[in-house]
Design a protein around this ligand. Structure first.
Ligand code: DX5
Ligand code: ZN
Length: 220
């Protein structure tokens, strides 16, 4: 299994975004996590396709778009055109989750499926075979810098067991409140893709990425 760091640019300094992305890439972060918020599914509004289009060539990182958007099926093609490699949708935001997954596949991107803290893992049991990555939110989606919800660890363990029992190799990504101090617990529970916003971009992104990668490397 690959252990991957996905810095969330929500906490980056946007006036030097390209430079900061490059610092994370140069220090080992293979993904770049791009948080899209629509002001409907979540209260806040962040950024969308034009920003992704303008930045995706600043590094060779995998563009990991997390759509916190109501009915994301409407935007799948637009994110493909903007340069996304992975599109993650929320189970709670889709009227027809199967159609949304199919649309992401048709566009040739990897499929991520996310669940909020209050959504049980059992709700995605039958969908695991259709996706590449399960994103377990460890905060309520909408803002960076929140506190990790400890109950998420049981959900990660449960999901990893389900994936193994079904003979699948789905990645488990965890997003929200992850720092150098608690990342091991998240990895030990069975996650292999770590999203980190504040932990990477508050302070020196190069040093912070390096320190997170040192921990991830011990799992390979
Ligand atoms: C929250 C976003 C996260 C957020 C994580 O809605 O999905 O990706 O940026 O930020 P930290 O790591 O600061 O909790
Ligand atoms: Zn996110």
């Amino acid at each position: 299994m690959d252990y991957i760091l996905a810095p969330s640019i929500l906490s980056a300094d946007f006036k030097v975004l390209g430079e900061q992305m490059k610092l994370t890439e140069d220090n080992g972060a293979k993904y770049l996590h791009f948080d899209v918020m629509d002001g409907m599914f979540v209260p806040s509004i962040s950024f969308g396709m034009p920003v992704l289009k303008s930045i995706h060539n600043a590094t060779d990182q995998v563009m990991d778009a997390h759509l916190m958007v109501q009915e994301p099926i409407r935007y799948v093609e637009a994110f493909k055109e903007a340069g996304a490699d992975i599109v993650t949708i929320h189970l709670e935001a889709c009227e027809d989750v199967n159609a949304t997954i199919a649309k992401i596949r048709e566009c040739g991107m990897k499929v991520g499926l996310s669940i909020c803290p209050e959504t049980p893992v059992s709700k995605v049991e039958d969908l695991l075979k259709d996706i590449d990555m399960l994103l377990i939110m460890s905060v309520h989606p909408g803002f960076g810098g929140q506190k990790f919800i400890p109950e998420s660890l049981d959900k990660i363990r449960e999901a990893r067991k389900m994936i193994t029992d079904q003979g699948l190799s789905v990645d488990i990504q965890v997003d929200g409140g992850i720092y150098q101090t608690n990342v091991k617990e998240v990895l030990d529970a069975g996650a292999n893709i770590i999203v980190a916003g504040s932990a990477v971009f508050k302070g020196d992104p190069a040093e912070n990425t390096k320190a997170m990668m040192e921990i991830l490397k011990t799992y390979e």
